[in-house]
Design a protein around this ligand. Sequence first.
Ligand code: SAT
Ligand code: MN
Length: 649
Amino acid sequence: MPEFIEKKSGIFSTEVGRFAKQASHPNVGLFNHLKGISVINGDLKSLSPKVRAYVEENVDLCKPEKIHICDGTEQENNHLLNLMQQHGTIVPLPKYQNCWLARTNPADTARVESKTFISTEKRAETIPTTKEGIKGTLGNWISPRDMDVAIKDRFTGCMKGRTMYIVPFSMGPVSSPLAKIGIQLTDSAYVVVSMRVMTRMGQAVLNKLADGTDFVKCLHSVGIPASGFVEMASWPCDPERTIILHRPQNNEIVSYGSGYGGNSLLGKKCFALRIGSTIAKREGWLAEHMLILGVTNPAGKKRYIAAAFPSACGKTNLAMMTPSLPDYKIECVGDDIAWMRFDNNGQLRAINPENGFFGVAPGTSNSSNPIAMKTIFKNTIFTNVASTSDGGVFWEGMEDEVDDGVKITDWRGKPWVKGESNTPAAHPNSRFCTPAKQCPIIDPQWEAPEGVPISAILFGGRRPTGVPLVYEARDWKHGVLIGAGMRSEATAAAEHKGKVIMHDPFAMRPFFGYNFGDYLEHWLSMEKKSTNLPKIFHVNWFRKGSDGKFLWPGFGENSRVLDWILRRLDNEECARDTAIGLIPKAESLNLEGLEGKVNVEELFNLPKTFWMEEAYAIEKYFNEQVGMDLPLIIDQELKKLKKRVNDMD
Ligand code: SAT
Ligand code: MN
């Protein structure tokens, strides 16, 4: 690897030299403090005092051998990719341009919700008070003292002999007034290169911090298992002691033991959602698990829609949809997270705080999401997908995209043969991590500092029975009830097993940064901020017929649902009132040119017994899980729903 060696002794060693000079500077206490630690990239002196103090404190704790301040340059990125290739963490995928594959430790493949905690003085600030004997499922609380102990136990000396990377990043375009800054300290080069894709990372952020601007503190280590750190382990992690901690009061995140996705890319769920939702509560805005798309109708009228679906329920597919309805245009602003606030005119505006897509790979194909397929084959880090003998990737759904004779190696590195192997080639939660700007339909306004105006909010999930393709909330309060009552089949995005229907309010159940009852109050309070509130809808692409098959083709055909929604935004009278909300009037859903017959009657059928049970399940959930913290208005909305369902024919 001569090129790499050269690079290493090129830019990186001169930085050491520069540091050596600074270290002898008599006036800077920090350098005495960090004596013996070599700074292999960047300049400690250039860090703002607040950042320096944070670094200093954690260098003391973690005892790394080297410090690397990330500048976000391509040169730095190449260096880290080379380093990881040497360690066997990633392999190049020569079939594509600058694409890489990481295979994780099989024990580290998804978010670990059971090991994710929020720390507040009082438990009730974090989670609703549940009835005795009932296990709360709306987040986990840890006392500040126990959090301190957990950190000390795990982090003391955890980076010995290794490099601590200092990753300055911005959630949102650096210039946006809606953006927020974080500093992640990590010992994982994989995390650094992934954060460079998923956030705005590097020097520009350090410059912004120079005036003393605050930042969210993000400490991360892949950890050292009890058996000791294996120097050459290609995917070091410590699954047994993994813990993800948040202290909203200090805007602080601490994550140990996992290198994967939402556990380690701390800008994403930890910052943009958990800590983000607590900041949003304080500042009067919304941090949500929502995609953002722009949709232009044949008349040329463009609207933006935000939609909340649980992890691995098709947010990326909807955000990049190729509409089957002629003359419709979809453009993508984001596929996972929306930060939204009402502007001075009462218009809700959203930014996508992310800079890339961390999308589920399996199921992504030229038929399901051709736009994603045009996005992801350059500058992408794939994790836990299968690889092919011609230097490419493979996953379930890509059967038509691989040439005959090509051999496949599964995500664990074992030979895999189509039709013979009885385990999946790609892990069901395998991912692509790809720059958003590569998306051919990225919205021209996707980085607009003021955000895009949101006209509608969609809630949805995987509901095999009872829930119609689309229905509209009667008003804001009813919409908040619909969000609160969301349920969905479990997916591979977290550790849950089987296809159980889980409550997942606002698709935020794993991501609330504070008490869900207070979150509902916060949502209800938005009503007063505007006379021009977005309309709220619920969609379900996943209803199955009596034959067990999906009733609706989904994907591009979902443009038909968006078309109906847009017409509702224009106040077209294409809806009829039902017990659960407004559904399309007969014939009002445009089915022209739809291939194959769709059983519209079954798709919109509202079985009374199902909805009685549904309302009961929501009531039981609220009683058990939210208890006294449930806002009265939500209780009243639920009673109204129950009455309407009860009065159904
Ligand atoms: O692993 S992540 O949390 O980033 C992905 C997801 O669950 O949405
Ligand atoms: Mn998500």
